[in-house]
Design a binder for this molecule. Sequence first.
Ligand code: UGA
Ligand code: MN
Length: 244
Amino acid sequence: PTIYAITPTYSRPVQKAELTRLANTFRQVAQLHWILVEDRATRSELVSSFLARAGLPNTHLHVPTPRRYKRPWLPRATEQRNAGLAWLRQRHQHQSAQPGVLFFADDDNTYSLELFQEMRTTRKVSVWPVGLVGGRRYERPLVKNGKVVGWYTGWREDRPFAIDMAGFAVSLQVILSNPKAVFKRRGSQPGMQESDFLKQITTVEELEPKASNCTKVLVWHTRTEKVNLANEPKSHLDTVNIEV
Ligand code: UGA
Ligand code: MN
């Protein structure tokens, strides 16, 4: 099956560095299609030329987050992930679904290559641990007799699926047979987007544990430090205009 990675991304000083790191990982993965969705009204020149040279099958989408939703306490990238889902459904509407697996790959996380081997065998919805998240070294689904029976997490244990966006994959078939499943703005608090989405397409009992019954961390919720530009000149002083 093809792995579809939906990556929301937005313009900021570290963007090209993040995308470079991500592309270097994805280039090692067979049959991966990268769906990069910019949080912008138009496609940026930086991302367009980056993708043209990335050496990866890709689709370049864009949709701006409405300004009222650009708040630190509100969920991020809702519209961008939905744009990726819409593109997938549109592309596969006329053909009986080719085998495919979808996952949501934020541009700042760290992905091991083993993760892709694990997710490629997803039948419906698979799950695995995520490192460096939830105020702990890791969060993970608790597994008993091959089934998910609960969650090891330090944060909001009331979540129906106490899992980060980086902790699950969904088969294309499930995406196509649940055409209305989307990420929701209304009522969705930070940390609840994953649960709100997953409960539209699956149940906890049905989840397929990966990474040796969820005992291995193969993805890390790393977060890049905001860059210090205090010494950046007010007007352009250099003789060349360098893209960073
Ligand atoms: C956590 C989760 O890991 C995210 O999956 C979730 O979207 C997010 O919380 C949330 O609050 O909704 P966190 O590291 O705090 O992640 O969020 P970011 O990595 O800053 O953003 C998640 C993704 O959205 C990234 O791919 C980022 O490039 C993108 N993003 C962020 C935008 O497209 N626009 C923005 O304004 C901010
Ligand atoms: Mn992040």
